[in-house]
Structures are given as C-alpha cells and as structure tokens.
Design a protein around this ligand. Structure first.
Ligand SMILES: [Ca+2]
Length: 277
C-alpha cells in the first residue's frame, strides 16, 4: 500500500513537472513607486523586488552616477537619477555626460533571462541616445557606459532628418548599431526587451521594441567571440534624457532545478505520509 501510494505520488509529480510550463521567476522589479514626496535620488535605494536568485542579489541597491564628464571631471554618485514616486527620471545638470544606473547581476548558465523596461527619450537633440543592457566592470573607478564589447544592449537615438524621427539598434559583438542593424520610428514611449539565453554552450540574445512591432533582432555569440562577461544590468544615456518605468528582470529556472524541487517535495510528502501511518 505504501509503495503504491509512493509510486502514485512519483508519477503525478513527474507528470505535473512535464506538463507544467516553466514559469519565469522575477529576479528584479522596480516600478519606482517610492513612499516619498517630491524627487529623491535613485542611487542607494532598493528595487521593489530583489529575489536574490538566478544571478541577482537580495541586497542589491541602485548604483547611479553622472560622468565622468568628457573633460575628465570625476564620477558623481547619486545626482544622476531620481524617482518621482511613480517612475524614474534622469536628473539634468546641464552637461551631456553619461548618466547610468545599475544593479548587480551575473548570469548563470542554463537560463533564459528577459530584461524589459518602458523608456521614453525626452530629449531630441542630434544623436542624444538612451539605452539599456548588460554590462561588466561597474565600479566607481571604471565607468563602462555603453560599449559594443560588453553584453547585449539596445539603443534609441534621434538621428533622423527630423527631431521626431528615432532609430533603434542593438549592440553586441556582431551588431554595433550599424545601419544594417537599425530600424526607424517615431519619438515617444516604447517598451524595450532583451532576452539572454544561456542554455546553450554559445549564448544567444534577442531584442524587441514594442513586442517586436517596432524593432526585432537576434544573434548567437560565436565560439570565436566567446560569451559576454556580465556583472550588471543597467540603463542610461549618451546625452539624451529619459523617463523609465517597470524595470524587470526575469529568469526561467532550468528543468534540473525544478526536478530537484519536485524530488524534495516528494520526499516531504512520503515522510509526512509515513509519519501519519
Ligand atoms: Ca511606476
């Protein structure tokens, strides 16, 4: 009888595991809904969700800086980004310096990560771009703004014939924001998404703006390029100003993790049943 019940539980667990779709786990979320009045610095504050799983940190706080200025002025931590209670915005202090905001993140293998956010470039000057992506070597002495050598990133910039004409382009080892990697659209609020698939030996990444309706690209890192080294995810500008909301990083745990959980659950059930008996 005991064996039969156990076998039934095992069978049900396996079936449930096979049938249930792998669900995305929220690693980070920030809707920038802070209990505050007026503007406050983003730097040093915690995102609304910081699960501490799948490569995120349970103690993560935002790192935000302005600069270094093109003239070599030092990095200014904490002046570059603010929250207004509902969204985050870039503080504007006159100079078109880089203003970045990051959270720590080291991707694990065997995952499918999705990094998404709503962004609005509110500054339409020539080539004043904004963007988001995966980065490495973030510290107070190294300020790696958007660089093709880092992880996958996506940009929006007004470089068209008119101020309302915007472009989107993706960057990675093989996509450097060149014209063949670009799409044109109109200024305004858009939904951005980058996926990073680490399930294969060679990682792959894809980009979508407005669910792919406005922009869509993907590629796989070659053996020669190697997979990117990533220590943070972030957002920022190269002269533009931006409003952002619904910053989200999710991961889908690999099946072996779920199988382990299922095995543990089965063990507990069997133990409870036996004790009851
Ligand atoms: Ca919000």
């Amino acid at each position: 009888m005991f064996r039969r019940v156990c076998m039934s539980i095992v069978a049900l667990t396996v079936v449930a595991w096979l049938v249930a779709p792998a669900t995305a786990e929220v690693i980070y979320f920030d809707g920038f809904s802070r209990p505050q009045s007026g503007l406050q610095h983003l730097n040093g504050t915690a995102p609304e969700v910081r699960s501490g799983t799948l490569g995120g940190s349970s103690t993560a706080t935002w790192l935000a800086y302005a600069g270094p200025d093109y003239d070599g002025a030092p990095v200014e931590w904490d002046h570059s980004w603010q929250t207004d209670g509902t969204q985050a915005k870039m503080a504007w202090e006159g100079d078109p310096v880089q203003r970045m905001a990051w959270l720590p993140f080291v991707p694990q293998s065997g995952q499918v990560y999705t990094y998404s956010m709503r962004m609005n470039n509110t500054w339409a000057g020539n080539n004043n771009w904004i963007g988001m992506g995966f980065f490495k070597n973030v510290s107070d002495t190294q300020t790696p703004y958007f660089s093709y050598a880092a992880g996958p990133q996506i940009f929006e910039r007004p470089m068209g014939a008119t101020a309302d004409q915007f472009s989107w382009s993706a960057a990675g080892p093989t996509g450097n924001g060149n014209s063949d990697n670009m799409a044109w659209g109109v200024k305004g609020q858009h939904e951005f998404e980058i996926t990073l698939d680490t399930t294969g030996a060679q990682w792959s990444t894809s980009f979508a703006v407005d669910g792919g309706a406005t922009y869509s690209r993907s590629y796989t890192y070659t053996v020669a390029e190697g997979n990117p080294v990533i220590t943070h995810i972030g957002m920022g500008n190269g002269g533009g100003r931006m409003l952002v909301d619904n910053f989200t990083l999710t991961g889908v745990p690999e099946p072996s993790t779920l199988a382990l959980l299922a095995t543990g659950l089965f063990g507990l059930l069997a133990y409870a049943w036996r004790k009851r008996r």
